[in-house]
Write a protein that binds this ligand. Sequence first.
Ligand code: ADP
Ligand code: RBF
Ligand code: MG
Length: 146
Amino acid sequence: MSKFPIYISGTVEHGFKRGGKLLGCPTANLSIKETESIIKQLECGVYYGFCTIDNKNIYKTVTNIGWNPTFGDNEHKITECHLLHQFDEDFYGEKLKLIIVGFIRKEKKFSGFEELKNQIKNDTNYTDQILDDLIYQKYYKDTFFN
Ligand code: ADP
Ligand code: RBF
Ligand code: MG
């Protein structure tokens, strides 16, 4: 039996502010307290799925769950979501509901930021393509989020 879908929800918290600025890829960091019990059982790595912000629109999402070993300064295992959409404003403090439908790869320690940046681009492109597959379309239905 598949372990997907996996549902995770949490309030968007502040992190180290390096996703957008350093890696060109902002990530909505989910509240550590609200998510720790569910993510502690999950393999560290990159996952694809969909999410809502405050129960509104649904976005394709690539999610990293782990410790960011390339940086080595996280004190907690965290859930970070990059939404495949251009936003005009930040959404800190809002509720993000995530449904993970598949796994891409394990989280790893990169020797430099450029390698990590390139890998994140590949993960994002892969997510964009695979989520168009009809088998995932049922997750677009709002009923999954209520
Ligand atoms: P932090 O370390 O505080 O998480 P980031 O540089 O990772 O900082 O930026 C994350 C913030 O950027 C999110 O919390 C959200 O408010 C905003 N944001 C804007 N666009 C996106 C997007 N496409 N995906 C994820 N977050 C986004
Ligand atoms: N950090 C790592 O140290 N190793 C990874 O393999 C890794 N993969 C990621 C894949 C994606 C799609 C995203 C969005 C982030 C990934 N990160 C990874 C996390 C990255 O280090 C983190 O988003 C920034 O440090 C900002 O918190
Ligand atoms: Mg972030």
